[in-house]
Design a protein around this ligand. Structure first.
Ligand code: G1P
Length: 259
C-alpha cells in the first residue's frame, strides 16, 4: 500500500554526542556533506512520502525548518514537505511520536528513528509498506541480534514462522535483557505504523527507563493481532555516537551519499 507521510522523531538531547550537541541539535550534525536529518527525509521521499513530520525540541524547530526551505527546496526533495513539530518535554520515544498525532491524523505512516541511516541501496521502507497490504497491520523492521543487544533494543514476540522475510508478531518488549527476551529479533528503528498507535500511546504509562516507550504501544498492537515483522538483510548505520558516526562517515563517504 502507498504511504504518504513519515514521522521522524529527532528531539533527543544527543547526550552521546556531547560536546558537539551543546548548541547544534543532533538532527543537524553533519554526516559527510549534509545533516543527519536530511538522510531520513531523503529515505522517506524515496519511499513515496509527500510529507515528513520531524519531531524536535523547542530550540531546534526553526533550524530544521530553515535547512529544508532556505534558498528553495533541496535537489531531489522538491516533492516532500518537511514540517517540524515540537515535543514539549523529553518523556520518551512514544511521547515524541504522539506529538505528530494531529498532523498524521488517520493515515498509516512510516516512522524513522533519526540515529540511524540506511546503507546506500538498502532501503527497507518499501518492504514494510508491502507487508501491510490490508492497511490495518503495522509492520516492524527487524534484525536478528546477538545476546549483548538484549539490553539495548526492543525485541519482538514471534507467533509464526518466517515466510518470504515476514512473520506474525504477538507483541514486543523494550530492553528486555537476557532473562525476559521473547526472541532475538530486535527493532531496528524503521516502522510502518497504523494511526491506531496514537490512541494506544495516549493510555501508555512510562515503562523501561521511566519513559513512555513506543515499544509498549507496539506490544498492544501485537496483542490485538495487527502486527507483523520483516527481517532486513543488513543493519543500519548508527550516527548517534562518535564511533558510529566515524564508521557511517567512512561508509557513506566511500560508497556515495546518494543511494
Ligand atoms: C529505540 C527503541 C528500541 C529500538 C532502538 C533501535 O531505543 O526504543 O526499541 O530497538 O531505538 O535503535 P533507543 O536507541 O532510543 O534506546
Amino acid at each position: 500500500m502507498s504511504i504518504d507521510v513519515a514521522v521522524i522523531p529527532a528531539a533527543g538531547r544527543g547526550t552521546r554526542m556531547r560536546p558537539a550537541t551543546r548548541v547544534v541539535p543532533k538532527a543537524l550534525i553533519t554526516v559527510v556533506d549534509r545533516p543527519a536529518i536530511q538522510y531520513m527525509v531523503e529515505e522517506a521521499a524515496r519511499a513515496g512520502a509527500k510529507e515528513a513530520i520531524v519531531v524536535v525540541d523547542l530550540d531546534a524547530g526553526h533550524l530544521v525548518a530553515q535547512h529544508f526551505s532556505i534558498e528553495g527546496p533541496l535537489p531531489g526533495l522538491e516533492d516532500i514537505r518537511v514540517r517540524p513539530v515540537v515535543q514539549e518535554e523529553p518523556l520518551g520515544l512514544g511521547h515524541a511520536v504522539s506529538a505528530a498525532a494531529e498532523m498524521v491524523a488517520d493515515r498509516p505512516f512510516f516512522c524513522l528513528l533519526s540515529d540511524n541511516i540506511v546503507r546506500p541501496g538498502q532501503d527497507v521502507l518499501p518492504a514494510l509498506a508491502e507487508g501491510s497490504n490490508d492497511g490495518a497491520t503495522s509492520v516492524m523492521c527487524l534484525r536478528e541480534y546477538s545476546d549483548e543487544y538484549l539490553t539495548k533494543y526492543g525485541f519482538v514476540v514471534p507467533t509464526s514462522d518466517v515466510k518470504d522475510g515476514y512473520l506474525d508478531l504477538g507483541g514486543a518488549v523494550e530492553k528486555p535483557g537476557p532473562d525476559n527476551a521473547p526472541s532475538n529479533y530486535g527493532l531496528v528503528g524503521r516502522y510502518l505504523l497504523t494511526p491506531e498507535v496514537f490512541s494506544i500511546l495516549e493510555k501508555t504509562s512510562p515503562g523501561a527507563l521511566g519513559e513512555i516507550q513506543l515499544t509498549d504501544a507496539i506490544d498492544e498492537l501485537g496483542k490485538r493481532g495487527r502486527l507483523k515483522g520483516w527481517i532486513a538483510d543488513t543493519d543500519l548505520l548508527d550516527v548517534g555516537s562518535p564511533a558510529g558516526l566515524v564508521h557511517a562517515t567512512q561508509e557513506l563517504g566511500t560508497r556515495g551519499v546518494d543511494s
